[in-house]
Design a protein around this ligand. Structure first.
Ligand code: ADP
Length: 255
């Protein structure tokens, strides 16, 4: 792919594992300076350490790239403000935000506790809002910004046991729609991706042979296209197989 991120600064949330890690590594390889954010902890959002983020930073630096680790919880506005301040003090701008951090608390609606609902909404929806809000004035001032939200087919179509996750992911797409309108004047483009990939989040949701074909690196080019200068005008939701189809087409057309 010819997309490059030279002289750009990118923040990737939840980048210690899975998709976010893949996006961060590829952004760095394509020239970006990257804030690798990860709160760490278990798949349900408990615990927390920036160790995974630090390992990804070490990998980027070993390959000659520039990155800093950050352990902010995306659902905590003070911690997110500090993360953005860290990026500004280190590199002076923020061009790309990839809202990728996520947790799961799957349960049938009858068994879902208020805490299961609140935590999932806090990370996926409010976390995407908090991070976008923190970089928004910087992107407006720059007259340039790219935000990629992570939504889900679970939100578009529903999924057993994912009332919390599906509702939060659908609302993320709703947030995108208004940010597109308000960002247009400042060349801030906002898009969504609904990926399907083998990560810690999906490890027990699909059979191993299916997961073996769905590596995060297969999704990353579609996400980075949405994060690039060539990003479409706005309001794109790329879902499931659409991500793969897009990457194949981009490769065949030399984008
Ligand atoms: P996927 O790659 O499918 O999103 P993963 O579980 O592999 O699934 O990655 C999600 C990442 O998001 C994990 O590394 C997890 O630690 C991180 N994460 C979860 N909650 C938060 C949070 N509140 N703030 C920052 N990162 C988080």
């Amino acid at each position: 792919m010819t997309i490059r991120f030279d002289n750009q600064v990118a923040i990737v949330t939840g980048a210690g594992n899975g998709l976010g890690k893949s996006h961060a590594l590829e952004l760095a390889r394509l020239g970006a300076r990257v804030v690798v954010n990860d709160f760490g902890g278990a798949r349900d959002g408990s615990g927390g350490s920036s160790e995974a983020a630090e390992q990804v930073v070490a990998q980027i630096q070993a390959a000659g790239g520039e990155a800093i680790a950050n352990g902010a919880d995306v659902s905590n506005p003070e911690q997110v403000d500090a993360m953005v301040k860290q990026a500004m003090e280190t590199w002076g701008r923020v061009d790309v935000l990839i809202n990728n951090a996520g947790i799961l608390r799957d349960k049938s609606f009858a068994k879902m506790t208020q805490d299961d609902w609140d935590k999932v909404v806090a990370v996926h929806l409010t976390g995407s809002q908090i991070c976008s809000h923190a970089v928004w004035p910087i992107m407006r001032e720059q007259g340039y910004g790219r935000i990629v939200m992570t939504t889900s087919t679970s939100g578009l179509y529903g999924n057993f046991g994912q009332a919390n996750y599906g509702a939060a992911k659908m609302a993320v797409a709703g947030l995108m729609n208004t940010l597109c309108i308000e960002g247009e004047k400042y060349d801030i483009k906002v898009n969504c991706i609904a990926p399907t990939a083998a990560t810690r989040m999906t490890e027990d949701l699909m059979p191993a042979p299916v997961l073996a074909m769905l590596e995060p690196k297969e999704i990353t080019p579609a996400v980075l296209f949405l994060a690039s200068q060539q990003a479409p005008t706005h309001r794109i939701v790329l879902a499931g197989a659409g991500c793969y189809a897009m990457v194949r087409l981009m490769e065949s057309e030399g984008v």
